[in-house]
Design a protein around this ligand. Structure first.
Ligand SMILES: Nc1ncnc2c1ncn2[C@@H]1O[C@H](COP(=O)(O)OP(=O)(O)OP(=O)(O)O)[C@@H](O)[C@H]1O
Length: 768
């Protein structure tokens, strides 16, 4: 086809109803249309010796005529999306009239699949607008995106990582949660790929993109988040939009105005120069396979789903073999998610030794993939003369591990008999770092605590955990993420909080992925809401403005404690964490803090108004009764229907009340029972509703004499903005202001015992 004259035959322009699909592109020339080669039908009698080398046809095109001074001109609209056969329409490349340049223009729409030409060049004056980023010489696309997102200066981990990563070094980065690690490894990748896209020219049409960078993340949500974070850096240049709620709006508006005035306007919509996509479990594998058929430059994936796809996709396996970038995000969590085998298989593909000693066939067999076959005409654009760069990032990689990684890496290949110290050690040793001296950037804080986080705890009996949680949620409204160790606990707490009128959503592994994302979105969008989650939400999730993290059950490891806490106090914002600790958990807490080099007494207690707490116990008690009733009814219904089904299957007649005509088929119990249960539930609900409307009054506050007492109600009411929505007599305050330093309290108690002239402790609630 390369040397074929312009096809003259069978070029048909099929006009389609424009309403069916979105019109994507208007092309001016017929040569720009997505022509497809078709085989010659012998009966048509068209032969090569008649000078025709190939036939092409086109579909999904609408012809529109435009009257110009020079006469009537035909233009073509190309339909967006997939054609009926499920193939994506692709536009052939136009030869670029723009010189490739590092200063050249932006990519756009990374989810799109086609490339016709490089967009017009844009420039960005990084020195003037982002002086703190200037020394890195980032691609102007990225500089624009950084500017649009109002990231005025690199964070510490970005500052210390970027120079090494941009210079081609392998980096192991450890920094506190919420410190911007994603861009620390993401920017060097995008910079390299964008620069290369401009020097290489447009991607050949109908040719699969080779995956150049693989980012592995332990959870689906994190993978999707990383993908959208990187996409934001490719997309945002276009109109200077800032991603939802990430930044200070006022400052952003000013910046936008200035940038519109001063920054050269980039090209309007065009094809992506660099594409980023996520491949995760729980989502349609067909759709993901289709994405991979088109190819993506940067693939963000969870190991399980990725390995499933690799087993069937030779082209992808080849790409992994010749990656330019490999990233392990939250490496230490990866081994906890039960995907160790898949992860280690994927890493094996990236090992030079493995690649050298395995022919394509061996390689395919060893990788568990079908024997290598040519990829349906889709040529894989492999390689780069540059070696693979590896980035390993986490907020928690122990010093020992870092040392081992460096030491053992030098001693590669792994000496026989030298057993790895831990599973993580083992995993990291499977990384074939190309860099003899990987750069370790460890700026994790002492004890894993972010400076803007206030930690606290309450100690109570297991049976009182619910009421303490309820108290906290009511006393400190906001966006609260509650961590539990088991899904059962979430299932138990959820209906209780709902009955008590607190909007709460669950997040755990047994929910469908769609539901998981929906719940996460709801949690993000409501200012006063609760997310009840297992540790799948502990790592990496960047939810804007989580006010509080509550450890309803203690985390199993110190790392988990650090990562859970890391969902709040992100990017230098304030945050608060509360441990609800039962007596039998004290030892665990001590050990947990001990392994962070800290002491139990370092965590202050949250002051609790026990007067209010007692009132809440009554409400909770009722909610539990209502829930138990509903649970009982569900169970009964289930049991009865099971008995009936079993009886039907065995052809046995059921006597007793099941055959009674009083029997309610819908609920599976007798009508009388249903009635009794309903009346009981309605009564209890009415009681609860009455209790919920009764005001809660703080200790020491009189509602009768509102101007008197130590804490007159009227003072509160007159001070605008301080009235607590649910509790009379307390001010709206941040939880961080209500913690009690245990050491101070112990000292005071001691002074009192010794009869010294110590100030009398006035009890919880009056200490703020
Ligand atoms: N240079 C910057 N200036 C301001 N904010 C930034 C900067 N870089 C990233 N951010 C923002 O900081 C937040 C946290 O970033 P990110 O999710 O990358 O943190 P992380 O270190 O990976 O956290 P974790 O360890 O919990 O995964 C994000 O909302 C991100 O947009």
């Amino acid at each position: 086809m390369a040397s074929a004259p312009k096809p003259a035959l069978k070029r048909k322009a099929a006009a389609l109803p424009s309403s069916r699909k979105k019109i994507r592109t208007q092309l001016h020339s017929a040569d720009d249309l997505p022509w497809k080669t078709v085989s010659r039908i012998p009966e048509a009698g068209i032969a090569i010796d008649e000078g025709i080398l190939d036939l092409e046809e086109v579909e999904g095109v609408e012809v529109v005529y435009e009257e110009t001074r020079g006469g009537r001109l035909a233009r073509f609209n190309v339909r967006d999306g997939e054609d009926e056969a499920g193939h994506f329409s692709e536009l052939p490349a136009k030869s670029s009239k723009h010189e490739p340049s590092a200063e050249a223009g932006p990519s756009s729409q990374p989810q799109s699949t086609t490339t016709s030409a490089l967009p017009p060049p844009v420039t960005f004056d990084t020195k003037a607008f982002l002086p703190a980023w200037n020394s890195f010489g980032l691609h102007p696309h990225l500089a624009r995106a950084i500017h649009a997102q109002n990231f005025r200066a690199p964070t510490a981990i970005q500052l210390q990582t970027l120079t090494h990563a941009l210079a081609g070094r392998d980096v192991i980065g450890i920094a506190e949660t919420g410190s911007g690690k994603t861009l620390a490894y993401g920017l060097p990748i995008l910079h390299a790929l964008l620069t290369r896209a401009y020097t290489d020219g447009p991607h050949p049409p109908r040719m699969r993109r080779a995956t150049r960078a693989l980012i592995l993340a332990p959870t689906r949500e994190l993978a999707l988040q990383v993908s959208s974070h990187l996409n934001a850096c490719l997309n945002e240049y276009a109109d200077g939009r800032v991603q939802k709620g990430r930044n200070d709006k006022g400052a952003k508006a000013k910046e936008d105005k200035r940038s519109k005035e001063k920054v050269a306007s980039p090209a309007s919509k065009g094809p992506p120069l660099v594409s980023v996509a996520a491949i995760v479990g729980g989502m349609s594998p067909q759709k993901q396979k289709r994405i991979l058929e088109r190819g993506v430059d940067v693939l963000v994936a969870t190991p399980g789903r990725l390995w499933d796809i690799i087993e069937e996709d030779d082209a992808l396996a080849k790409d992994i073999k010749s990656l330019r970038f490999l990233v392990l995000d939250e490496a230490d969590r990866m081994i906890e998610t039960g995907h160790f085998a898949e992860l280690s298989n994927i890493l094996q593909l990236t090992q030079r030794e493995f690649q050298k000693t395995n022919t394509d066939a061996d390689f395919a067999a060893a990788a568990g993939i079908s024997p290598a076959s040519e990829t349906d005409g889709a040529e894989v654009v492999l390689g780069s003369s540059q070696p693979m760069q590896t980035f390993v990032f986490s907020a928690t990689l122990s010093k020992d591990l870092q040392r081992n990684l460096r030491k053992r890496h030098r001693a590669r290949p792994n000496r026989k008999g030298e057993a790895p110290a831990s599973t993580l050690d083992d995993l990291l040793l499977r990384l074939d770092l190309r860099d003899a001296e990987p750069q370790i950037v460890d700026i994790s804080p002492e004890g894993g605590v972010v400076a803007s986080l206030v930690e606290s705890k309450v100690e109570c009996l297991v049976a009182d955990k619910d009421v303490h949680l309820y108290y906290f949620l009511l006393r400190y409204p906001g966006r609260t993420l509650v961590f539990l160790s088991a899904i059962d606990g979430i299932r138990r707490l959820l209906p209780l909080l709902e009955l008590l009128g607190l909007p709460a959503f669950p997040l755990h592994s047994q929910l469908e992925q769609r539901q998981r994302l929906k719940n996460l979105d709801r949690f993000k969008s409501l200012p006063h809401t609760v997310l009840l989650a297992t540790d799948i939400a502990a790592r990496g999730l960047d939810i804007p403005s989580v006010d509080h993290v509550v450890h309803y059950q203690l985390p199993r490891t110190a790392d988990a404690y650090v990562h859970r806490n890391g969902r709040t106090a992100r990017a230098k914002r304030e945050g608060f964490s509360l441990l609800i600790c039962a007596p039998d958990e004290r030892r665990v807490l001590k050990a947990l803090l001990g392994s962070l080099g800290r002491q139990n007494t370092e965590i202050p207690e949250l002051s609790i108004d026990h007067h209010v707490l007692d009132k809440l116990k009554a409400r909770l008690h009722l909610a539990k009764q209502i829930d138990a009733l509903a649970h009982h009814a569900r169970k009964q219904k289930h049991e009865r229907s099971w008995i009936r089904e079993a009886a039907d299957a065995m052809d046995i007649e059921l006597g007793s009340d099941l055959e009674d005509e009083d029997y309610d088929k819908r609920s599976g119990v007798t009508k009388r029972e249903v009635k009794v249960q309903r009346v009981k539930a309605v009564t209890l609900r009415a009681e609860l509703a009455a209790l919920l409307t009764q005001p809660l009054v703080a200790r020491g506050v009189s509602t009768r004499y509102i101007t008197s007492g130590g804490n007159p109600v009227v003072d509160n009411l007159l001070t605008e903005g301080v009235v607590h929505q649910h509790i009379i007599g307390v001010k709206m305050s941040k939880a961080g202001n209500d913690v009690v330093n245990i050491r101070k309290r112990e000292k005071r108690a001691k002074m009192k015992v010794e009869g010294e002239d110590g100030e009398e402790w006035k009890g919880f609630g009056n200490t703020a």
